[in-house]
Ligand binder design. Structure first.
Ligand code: AQP
Length: 327
């Protein structure tokens, strides 16, 4: 069976972009793939974190995956830091990665620009750790949002470089970008992707947002000055809201347009807010229920991490032999 793998950084919330771009495609992949869904806590520390909050964020991420439909019986749910082979392989890969390749990464350029203090080496080299995350498990496909495509391409380059030098070792993974929902844009700025680290919470809909917060955020979402509710790429703000509506209701743009024929943006936004509230409510209830039993979540992660470690070690035995450090 082919393998699908994706991971998210732990934060105390996920936004609907994370849900539609990465988590739900992975839930879908459970039908046809052996699936790996994990929390990349070592990626999170590329930016300053408070230890106690990180711990809660890890548990929240696991609860969110399960609430969204990840089944621990089918999907290996684990924690990156508990499988030390990830950092070991990252070091080995970093010795063949080029500075120029890393400096070219759009996400590095964006995030380093936003840093007020000096930029950590980890922020620059994190795509190598991501490559290790993927290559350790002979991953065939990586369901990710559009923003991560460049990192999966770097992973492919590093794998090909290693295979060429030391003989076939790594499977070359393919990014799987959802046709729809791969790039949900910020509600306050439709030219940039919805982002957890956005300056204003008005940028995103958190999957934990309360009904009133959702109403306020949607009503204040940027729109252009048009009047009719019609999908048009040249009106990116409305196009983004229509995309979100379509993802939530599974309706086509034509069907949504028909529902709002003769009505204005205000009505459409009101409708979208209610759809979002109804969509997120059962997910929120489930997340809160799961978080009431943190020990169960810890057990799932511990079991998953143990299984992942065994698979990762198998790959590392091969890697260590190939590079010549096994005596
Ligand atoms: N706006 C988005 N639309 C669709 N998919 C998205 N993803 C992120 N933003 C969108 C996908 O969600 C996963 C999260 O990966 P991550 O935890 O490494 O975070 P990220 O890619 O850096 O994006 P975030 O979550 O918004 O955080 P910041 O603010 O740190 O950039 C990935 O599969 C990503 O593609």
């Amino acid at each position: 069976m082919q393998r699908a793998l994706t991971a998210l950084q732990p934060t105390n919330f996920l936004h609907i972009g994370n849900l539609f771009g990465a988590v739900l495609p992975m839930v879908e992949a459970q039908k046809d793939f052996q699936t790996f869904l994990f929390v990349v806590d070592y990626h999170a520390i590329t930016l300053p974190q408070e230890g106690s909050k990180l711990n809660d964020a890890i548990l929240f991420a696991v609860a969110a995956y399960i609430a969204a439909g990840a089944d621990p019986e089918k999907t290996l749910i684990f924690q990156q830091s508990q499988v030390s082979q990830h950092t070991e392989l990252a070091w080995i890969l970093s010795c063949s990665a080029h500075m120029g390749e890393l400096e070219r990464m759009t996400q590095y350029k964006d995030k380093s620009k936003r840093q007020t203090e000096s930029v950590s080496v980890g922020l620059l080299t994190y795509p190598i750790l991501m490559a290790a995350d993927i290559l350790l498990y002979d991953t065939n496909i990586v369901p990710v949002g559009e923003d991560q495509k460049q990192h999966v391409e770097l992973t492919r380059d590093l794998a090909e470089r290693f295979n060429k030098r030391f003989g076939k070792t790594f499977v070359i993974p393919e990014p799987r970008i959802p046709e729809f929902g791969a790039r949900i844009m910020g509600l306050d700025d439709p030219t940039k992707k919805m982002s957890k680290s956005a300056e204003s919470p008005k940028n995103y809909i958190s999957i934990l947002d309360e009904p009133d917060v959702i109403r306020k955020k949607v009503m204040s979402a940027v729109t252009d000055s048009g009047l009719t509710v019609r999908y048009d790429k040249s009106r990116p703000a409305l196009a983004n809201l229509l995309t979100i509506m379509s993802l939530l209701t599974k309706q086509s743009f034509k069907e949504i347009e028909a529902d709002y024929a003769g009505k204005g943006y205000g009505d459409f936004k009101k409708g979208l807010a209610e759809v979002l509230i109804n969509y997120l409510e059962p997910l929120q209830t489930k997340i809160h229920e799961l978080l009431e039993h943190p020990d169960k979540l810890r057990e799932i992660v511990a079991k998953g991490s143990e299984k992942a470690k065994a698979l990762a070690e198998k790959k590392m035995i091969e890697v260590r032999k190939k590079i010549g450090v096994t005596l």
